[in-house]
Design a protein around this ligand. Structure first.
Ligand code: FES
Ligand code: FES
Length: 161
């Protein structure tokens, strides 16, 4: 066991971890940030995506002990300071980019990473970027519309599901 400290959603947070403790467990069990979902634990689904030093990372694939000092953003950190939904979250709600919501935290975090590097992606670029995020409910179309809307682009030409 050893103590790990990270800046999570702008706050220094610490917890005792074992060498094999995954970042997803550190966040969910150690810090009670359960917005990060675990859908597979085998690096397939993307429900567990968070930002680590600005990069989208599947938190079930990273060891917390390796990330001492890292800056981590989870879906809880995507809300506005007053607690209302942030821009990307609001777009997912407005454009019905979710059904059960299990994939949504990962979708939101991957979208944040995409828009940070490509603020005005094409539909094709959105679909390509989100290939690592699996949704079992929607047909992805409304997710793509939500991402396009979050980027401030017109989604009128994209049919809704
Ligand atoms: S839980 Fe991490 S990719 Fe599925
Ligand atoms: S909304 Fe259910 S898995 Fe995507």
């Amino acid at each position: 066991m050893g103590k790990v400290t990270m800046t999570v959603n702008g706050r220094a947070r610490s917890a005792e971890v074992e060498g094999r403790t995954l970042l997803s467990s550190f966040l969910r069990d150690g810090l009670e940030l359960t917005g990060t979902h675990v859908g597979c634990d085998t690096s397939q689904c993307g429900a567990c995506v968070v930002l680590v030093n600005g990069q989208a990372v599947k938190s079930c694939t990273a060891f917390a002990a390796d990330l001492d000092g890292a800056e981590v953003t989870t879906v809880e950190g995507m809300a506005n300071p007053d607690g209302s939904l942030g821009r990307i979250q609001q777009a997912f709600q407005d454009y019905h980019g979710l059904q059960c919501g299990y994939c949504t935290p990962g979708m939101v975090m991957s979208t944040a990473a995409l828009l940070a590097e490509n603020p005005k992606p094409t539909e094709e670029e959105v679909r390509h970027y989100l290939e690592g995020n699996i949704c079992r409910c929607t047909g992805y179309q409304n997710i793509v519309r939500a991402v396009m809307a979050a980027s401030g682009q017109d989604v009128g030409a994209l049919a809704a599901e």
